[in-house]
Ligand binder design. Structure first.
Ligand code: ADP
Ligand code: MG
Ligand code: ZN
Length: 522
C-alpha cells in the first residue's frame, strides 16, 4: 500500500513504453491512448472502438503497468484462451479462470494472484456467480475491471446475453476499481443502457469514428438460389479468405457443400457442431488452409484474422449493429476489402415474423428489435450512401458520401417508388384486413385467379401499363414495411401477410410528404 502511494502513478508514457517493449508496436492507434489514459486516471470508461481497433490493449496495458491485477470479463472461452496464450507468449502473466479447471489448477491461479504474480485474470460473467470467487477477488488489488463485448448487457443491443446481467453488481462488489466497458457497436441508446446497467453513469464515453475507408459495400437483390449468387461473387475473389454468413445452420451446411462441389475450399460453422469440429475448422480458417467460412452469426466474435478480404451475407442480418460487426471482420489489415449483402423480397417480413414468434413463445416484447430490423432495412432498400447511413445510425452525422458503395457508384440512377407505394397502400386499405404480398402486387397489376370482391375494387390493375415490374412493386412494399407503414402479421402462425400499421405514416405517403426512393433495380 505504502509503496503504491510513494511510487508515482503510471502515465501514458509508461503505457507507451509497455506498448513497445511488450507488444512490439510503435504507436497507439485511434483512440487507444485516450482510453488508456482515462483508465490510468481511475475513471470509468465506455469505449466504442471498431472491430480490429485494438480494444484488448486498452485493458491489457493498464493492467500491466499498474500495481495489482486487471480483471477481464469476456463472453467466450475461446476468446479468453487465445488472449491468455498470446499474452503468455509475450511474457505477460495472464490466466483464465473457468469452471472446467481442477481445484489444483485454480489454487495455483489464486496463489499467483495473491502473491502479486499475475497481471491479468480472465473469466466469464457466470464466474462471478460463485461467492468464493467474488470473495477472493475482493481481497486482491484490482487495478481495472474490463468488460469486453459490453453490448451483451443491453437489451437494446443486438446480442443480449442474460448472464451479462450479473455484471450490474460489479461496481458494488469491487467499489473504487475503474470499470472499462468495451464494444465495437453500440448506438447512443445502447451506450446509455450499458452505462446504466453497469452503474457507471459518469463514465467517460470514447467513441471512434465508424468509418472503415478500405471497406466497399454492396447490396444485391438476390434472384435465384443463394448458392448461385454467392458462387458468382466468389468467382471474382481468386482464393482470398472470406466469410459467408447464412441465416440458418442448415443453410451453412448446404452452402458449404455446394461451394465445395464447385471446387472452393469451404467449411460450415455453427453452434450445432461439436466443439472439436468447430475448433478444427476455426484453426484451418485462421491459418489460411481453409479459405471460406460459411457460418451463422455464431462465428466471428473476437476472431483475430487481419486478411479476411470479403464478407458475403447470403441472407441479410436484421440490425445495423449485427451487419457492421459482421462486415467489419473484412479488411482489418487496412487493405481493400468488400462486403456484399444479398437480400430478397420479404426478408424484413421474415425478420419481424421471427421476433413475433419469439414473443408468442413468452419472450419479452421485441419492439426494439423490430425497430432495429426496420432501420437496417431502410438502409438496405434505400438509395443513400451506405456508409453515410451506417455512420449516421451510430451517431456520426454530416459525413461525406463514401464514393465507393453501390449507391454512390450508381449516383443518380434511382427509382422513385412513391406512386407505386401509394397504389399498394390504397389497395391494402380497401381490403379490410391483411393480405399476402404477392396477392397485393398481383392485385395492382390486375392479375387474379378469378373474379371476387377485390377484382371489382378501383385499385385492381391500377399499376398496369405504368412500367412497374412485380419486382419493383415488391421492393416498394418492403420499403413501406421498413418505414413502418405496414407490418407483418401472423395468420395461423404461418402465412406471410401484411397489414396497415401506422395510418399517420400512410397519410403522409398520400400527401407526398413521405417519398420513397429505391436504388435503380438491376
Ligand atoms: P478488437 O478487440 O478491438 O477487435 P484486438 O484487440 O483483437 O481488436 O486487436 C486487433 C489486432 O490489432 C491485434 O492483432 C492487435 O495486436 C493489433 N493491434 C492493437 N493495437 C495495435 C497498435 N497500436 N499497433 C499495431 N497493432 C495493434
Ligand atoms: Mg476484441
Ligand atoms: Zn457510399
Amino acid at each position: 500500500m505504502t509503496a503504491d502511494l510513494l511510487s508515482p502513478a503510471p502515465s501514458l508514457a509508461d503505457a507507451e513504453t509497455t506498448l513497445r517493449r511488450v507488444f512490439g508496436y510503435d504507436a497507439f492507434r485511434g483512440q487507444q491512448a485516450a482510453v488508456i489514459s482515462a483508465v490510468l486516471k481511475g475513471q470509468d470508461v465506455l469505449a466504442v472502438l471498431p472491430t480490429g481497433g485494438g480494444k484488448s490493449l486498452c485493458y491489457q496495458i493498464p493492467a500491466i503497468v499498474q500495481p495489482g491485477l486487471g480483471l477481464v470479463i469476456s463472453p467466450l472461452i475461446a476468446l479468453m484462451s487465445d488472449q491468455v496464450q498470446a499474452l503468455e507468449a509475450r511474457g505477460v502473466r495472464a490466466a483464465r479462470l473457468d469452471s472446467t479447471q481442477g481445484s489444483s489448477e485454480r489454487g495455483d491461479i489464486w496463489d499467483a494472484a495473491r502473491s502479486g504474480n499475475l497481471d491479468l485474470l480472465y473469466m466469464s460473467p457466470e464466474g462471478l456467480n460463485n461467492p468464493f470467487v467474488r470473495d477472493a477477488l475482493g481481497r486482491l488489488k484490482l487495478n481495472v475491471i474490463a468488460i469486453d463485448e459490453a453490448h451483451c448487457i443491453s437489451q437494446w443491443g443486438h446480442d443480449f446475453r442474460p448472464e451479462y446481467r450479473l455484471l450490474g453488481q460489479v461496481k458494488s462488489f469491487f467499489p473504487g476499481v475503474p470499470t472499462l466497458a468495451l464494444t465495437a457497436t453500440a448506438d447512443a441508446h445502447t451506450r446509455a443502457d450499458i452505462k446504466a446497467a453497469l452503474h457507471i453513469d459518469d463514465a467517460v464515453e470514447i467513441v471512434t469514428s465508424f468509418d472503415r475507408p478500405n471497406l466497399s459495400l454492396r447490396f444485391v437483390r438476390r434472384k435465384g438460389s443463394a448458392s448461385k449468387a454467392v458462387i458468382e461473387v466468389l468467382s471474382r475473389q481468386k482464393g482470398a479468405s472470406g466469410i459467408v454468413y447464412c441465416g440458418s445452420r442448415d443453410g451453412t451446411e448446404k452452402l458449404a457443400e455446394a461451394l465445395k462441389k464447385e471446387g472452393f475450399s469451404a467449411a460450415a460453422y455453427h453452434a450445432g457442431l461439436p466443439a472439436r469440429t468447430r475448433e478444427e475448422r476455426l484453426t484451418a480458417f485462421l491459418s489460411g488452409k481453409s479459405k471460406l467460412m460459411v457460418a451463422t452469426i455464431a462465428f466471428g466474435m473476437g476472431i483475430n484474422k487481419a486478411d479476411v478480404r470479403f464478407v458475403i451475407h447470403a441472407d441479410p442480418p436484421s440490425s445495423m449493429e449485427a451487419y457492421w460487426q459482421e462486415v467489419g471482420r473484412a479488411g482489418r489489415d487496412g487493405k481493400p476489402a468488400s462486403g456484399v449483402c444479398f437480400y430478397n423480397s420479404g426478408d424484413l417480413g421474415w425478420a419481424i415474423r421471427r421476433l413475433t414468434l419469439r414473443e408468442n413463445e413468452g419472450a419479452p416484447d421485441q419492439i426494439v428489435q423490430k425497430q432495429k430490423a426496420r432501420d437496417f432495412f431502410q438502409m438496405v432498400l434505400g438509395q443513400n450512401c451506405r456508409k453515410q447511413q451506417v455512420r449516421g445510425y451510430f451517431g456520426e452525422h454530416g459525413v461525406e458520401p463514401c464514393g465507393t458503395c453501390d449507391n454512390c457508384l450508381s449516383r443518380g440512377k434511382t427509382t422513385d417508388v412513391t406512386e407505386a407505394a401509394q397504389m399498394l397502400m390504397s389497395a391494402l386499405a380497401r381490403m379490410n384486413g391483411p393480405r399476402g404480398r404477392k396477392k397485393l402486387v398481383d392485385h395492382v397489376l390486375g392479375k387474379a385467379n378469378g373474379p371476387d370482391f377485390t377484382t371489382r375494387m378501383t385499385t385492381f390493375g391500377v399499376a398496369k401499363g405504368k412500367g412497374y415490374s412485380a419486382d419493383l412493386l415488391a421492393h416498394a412494399l418492403d420499403l413501406c414495411e421498413a418505414h413502418g407503414l405496414i407490418e407483418e402479421e401472423l395468420y395461423q402462425d404461418r402465412m406471410p401477410i401484411v397489414g396497415l400499421r401506422d395510418v399517420t405514416l400512410v397519410k403522409s405517403l398520400f400527401k407526398g410528404d413521405l417519398r420513397l426512393t429505391a436504388p435503380s433495380l438491376r
